[in-house]
Design a protein around this ligand. Structure first.
Ligand code: FAD
Length: 480
């Protein structure tokens, strides 16, 4: 044992299962002091004038930290909650309680890495050691069959290489106890902030919300048990994953994965058990396939650094984007006059979640139909999404914006074709856009095709009850 007192600084690894940082600290230190620090910079305003972290994710984060505290208490320890810049607060605490080391998990993007660097130098100046560990991906960075700097640009190449040449490491066992110092001043523990601390209001759970998710490792594993074992849905995941309505068409693991309440390795271990006990088929593999996408965007972010946030992207494309604020706001509010786009944006605003299909459609509309700066879209998602993950979000947006690493030249989504394939009878739009509810069948996707007398009898008035479309979108026939 190298250290006599170690701080474990939790970040996006809010769990006690499969947590290398925590386990290594337990192995190396006599006494463990778990800490979480709410960093006010997470609620700073973006260029768009909105908070980086909106109410849904803030609520989920607070619940996750609360759950972590309970889990650690069950192990005989406690979680100290700090508020402020971690490079100041965590180091001050370490000095105060005479911790000899701070352990934490590595991040890949610049804002987070800048915090690491500042914390490391502040700690070094006080004679405190730091150790950081790679977590969060399915494949460990050291097991990649190429240096990160040579991560293949094309997803399929990446996937085939890791599937062939790398192995997923077994998960770390959940610790049974934590040796928490008995003499720590109780007043150090700190309280959880509330939404009000960040000037946010508790989001209303309205009729549109089937996203019944609660932050924390316990509920993350609860969702996993329910989706795999109780509802037995894993075996049909590939067929249902492009759905739009309800909690069960896809796993909905993303909010827990984003904050590290559950690790991708734990999910894959559970998939393997399911395959042994119930069924192994394309669907069970497909969930692993999607988790490899998540890894891919993380390694691409590590490879390209800040380029993933730049308007030119990693392709160095010329900046010829529009920055029409009023059109952007119409998109963000779900008021473009294109029902399928508006329905998805309204779901995002009302629940903090949107299906993968929806995300691709609204992103394509913003960048391809409106020609608006893709980074604005990415920033808006960053603020609203309950499952915001810096690498997955900016990586996917680059992809749709055509400045990422997609080998396909054209990522245009024909909205009506998408509607025909995924919301044929307009059921989804009918839930999200009550003012169009009276329109029957597929017509709800193209209200502009209705005659004046039909519109009158349905009490729909463009520009009054529902907006005129911002853009004339291609007809179904123009779809490919
Ligand atoms: P499932 O279909 O059940 O997939 C299981 C898991 O695989 C997901 O939880 C996620 O971790 C991973 N995954 C699936 N698809 C992708 C993908 N395309 N890229 C990376 N990982 C994937 N996902 C986020 O987690 N956070 C984001 O901020 C985010 N922003 C996005 C922005 C855009 C423009 C687009 C097109 C996609 C974005 N995604 C993001 C990816 C994807 O839409 C979500 O992961 C998925 O909808 C979450 O629902 P689920 O957990 O039910 O997914």
């Amino acid at each position: 044992m190298k250290h006599n007192r170690v701080i474990v600084w939790f970040r996006n690894d809010l769990r006690i299962s499969d947590n290398e940082t925590l386990t290594r600290a337990i192995q190396s230190g006599i006494e463990i002091i778990p800490v979480y620090c709410f960093d006010p910079r997470m609620w700073a305003k973006t260029e768009l004038g909105i908070a980086k972290t909106g109410a849904f994710r803030t609520q989920f984060l607070i619940e996750s930290v609360d759950d972590l505290r309970k889990s650690i208490r069950n192990l005989g320890g406690d979680l100290i909650i700090l508020q402020g810049k971690p490079e100041d607060k965590v180091v001050e605490l370490a000095e105060k309680i005479q911790a000899k080391a701070i352990f934490f998990s590595q991040e890949v993007t610049s804002e987070e890495k800048d915090v690491d660097k500042s914390l490391e130098s502040a700690a070094f100046a006080k004679g405190i050691t730091t150790e950081s560990f790679w977590q969060s991906t399915l494949y460990h960075i050291e097991d990649l069959p190429f240096p990160v700097s040579q991560t293949p640009e094309v997803f399929t190449h990446f996937r085939k290489a890791v599937e062939k040449m790398a192995k997923v490491r077994p998960s770390w066992k959940t610790p049974k106890t934590i040796n928490y110092p008995s003499d720590l001043d109780f007043s150090l523990l700190g309280n959880l902030p509330s939404l009000l601390t960040y000037g946010l209001e508790k989001p209303d759970r309205d009729a549109k919300s089937w996203m019944e998710v609660e932050g924390g490792e316990q509920s993350g594993f609860g969702r996993l048990r329910s989706y795999f074992w109780e509802k037995d849905l894993l075996k049909v995941y590939k067929e249902t994953r492009n759905g739009l309505i309800g909690m069960d068409y896809s796993s909905k693991f993303s909010p827990w994965l984003a904050l590290g309440c559950i690790s991708p390795r734990s999910i894959v271990e559970e998939i393997t058990s399911y395959e042994k006990e119930r069924k192994k088929n394309e669907s069970t593999y497909w969930l692993i396939f999607e988790l490899i996408w998540r890894d891919y965007f993380r390694f691409i972010a590590k490879k390209h650094g800040d380029k993933i946030f730049n308007i030119q992207g990693i392709k160095n494309q010329e900046d010829s984007w529009s920055r029409d604020k009023s059109q952007f706001e119409a998109w963000a509010e779900g008021m473009t006059g294109v029902p399928f786009v508006d329905a998805n944006m309204r779901e995002l605003n009302a629940t903090g979640f949107m299906s993968n299909r929806g995300r691709q459609i609204v992103a394509s509309f913003l960048v391809n139909d409106l020609g608006i700066d893709w980074t604005w879209g990415a920033s808006y998602f960053e603020s609203q999404l309950i499952d915001y993950d810096v690498c997955s979000n900016w990586g996917n947006w680059m992809y749709v914006g055509g400045v990422g690493n997609d080998p396909r030249e054209n990522r245009y989504f024909n909205i009506l074709r998408q509607a025909k394939n995924y919301d044929r009878n307009g059921e989804y739009v009918r839930i999200m856009i009550p003012e169009l509810q009276a329109i029957k069948g597929f017509d709800i996707h193209q209200p502009w095709e209705l005659s004046t007398s039909q519109l009158r009898s349905l009490k729909i008035q463009f520009g009054h009850t529902y907006p005129q479309p911002l853009r004339k979108i291609p007809t179904l026939e123009k779809a490919y």
